[in-house]
Write a protein that binds this ligand. Structure first.
Ligand code: AMP
Length: 376
């Protein structure tokens, strides 16, 4: 059967951009999301998770299924996969939803990670501090994102406070603090025939725990790229994965350490809409629909800047040469990702000038000044 409709768990900007990529292929999307006026609503029908029979209606609405929301309830997935296919597979989702399972998988596949311990009591937290030394990063095993559900424990006298804050989550992970120089991510896609393609590494910069901007290719990443590619390929084949997978990594003096994986298209891959021959969104759709994958080659070095909290004036952004604007149709709120801008400078001089202009235009302060050093 030729796939014509893909049902997507979630209806945020990732679903919106997936559906935008599906449209030229005449593939339609439906969405399963609490609020029916979500960012994806302009691109296809949204079935409310709150509606009576919502799940059944969603399952009936499409031929094959995917997700844009990594906390998609496994209970819903279990109902779905009795009759229909989900890409990526359930195991990838279940693993990514639990940091302890995720780290165990990285260990199993010999992908380096920071030393860690499972923590489920004050006593086990104290033992983790003895075993790992300080500082450690204490995280909830499930449910955390964008740095939420985390506590950096630097001194032994913070143990009780850390436990009071995160202990109610019951299942925690204590990780050694990684002395990294940079954070990067690798994004890859695997087709239904097992073919794997990988985009260039992105160097990611965060502001208050939220991705602020990504630079692709990550500067000086020639040696890192094959290693990251090898790690993500191990994951993809092991999980019999179909679709786009993201692996976030720390760059250290000892090499790359995996932090976490996201079983979906990723914010650090938005650059690929304009910067790569085939974007993460299009290749994800192709994989889910069982179609041949497109080239992941970078066309031009690219900087992707998130619009967080407040919109800039559209006219100001579009007046910049080599800038593409993506708005997600979300209301403004502090700390919320509401759009992004892709800069495709022709050379490092133009990049410097674009970053200076953009820093003036964006209402939220951005740590863009570091970009002045970057050579494209
Ligand atoms: P996460 O939610 O795991 O992606 O963590 C959010 C951010 O916290 C990461 O992007 C890092 O900047 C930082 N972080 C997480 N884990 C560690 C660690 N083990 N050592 C140092 N920094 C970390």
């Amino acid at each position: 059967m030729t796939t014509t409709t893909i049902g997507i768990f979630g209806g945020g900007q990732l679903g919106r951009m997936m559906a935008q990529a599906a449209l030229p292929l005449n593939i339609k999307c439906t969405f399963f999301e609490a609020k029916t006026d979500c960012p994806a609503a302009a691109l296809g029908p949204v079935i409310s998770t709150e509606a009576n029979n919502g799940l059944q209606d969603f399952i009936a609405s499409a031929d094959v299924f995917s997700l844009e929301f990594e906390n998609t309830p496994l209970a819903d997935v279990d109902v779905l996969i009795q009759n229909k296919s989900l890409f990526p597979p359930r195991q990838a989702l279940a693993t990514a939803q639990n940091r302890l399972l995720e780290k165990a998988l990285f260990d199993e596949l010999n992908i380096p990670v920071a030393a860690y311990r499972a923590v489920d009591s004050l006593a086990s937290l104290k033992q983790a501090v003895v075993d790992l030394g300080l500082p450690i990063v204490l995280k909830t095993a499930t449910g955390g994102y964008d740095g939420k559900g985390q506590f950096v424990l630097r001194e032994a006298d913070q143990i009780e406070q850390a436990w009071a804050e995160l202990g109610p989550a019951k299942s925690l992970i204590a990780e050694s603090f990684v002395q990294f120089s940079r954070e990067v991510s690798i994004i890859a896609v695997r087709g239904q025939d097992g073919e794997v393609r990988t985009w260039d590494l992105a160097e990611n910069h965060h502001h208050h725990g939220i991705l602020s901007h990504s630079i692709v290719p990550a500067p000086d990443s020639q040696d890192l790229q094959p290693v990251a590619q090898d790690y993500i390929t191990r994951l993809l084949h092991h999980l019999n994965y179909v679709g786009v997978l993201t692996l976030e990594l720390f760059v250290t003096e000892q090499g790359l350490y995996a932090n976490e994986m996201a079983p979906r298209v990723h914010n650090s891959g938005h650059w690929s809409i304009e910067g790569a021959v085939c974007s993460q969104f299009e290749n994800h759709i192709r994989a889910v629909a069982g179609l041949p994958l497109g080239s992941t080659q970078t066309i031009r070095p690219t900087v992707m800047v998130n619009i967080i909290g407040q919109y800039p004036k559209k006219e100001d952004v579009l007046a910049l040469s080599c800038a593409h604007l993506h708005l997600y149709d979300k209301s403004e709120r502090a700390g919320r990702k509401i759009g992004h801008i892709t800069l495709m400078p022709l050379d490092s001089n133009e990049l410097t000038s674009l970053c200076i202009q953009l820093a003036r235009i964006l209402p939220e302060p951005l740590a863009l000044t570091e970009e002045m050093q970057i050579n494209v």
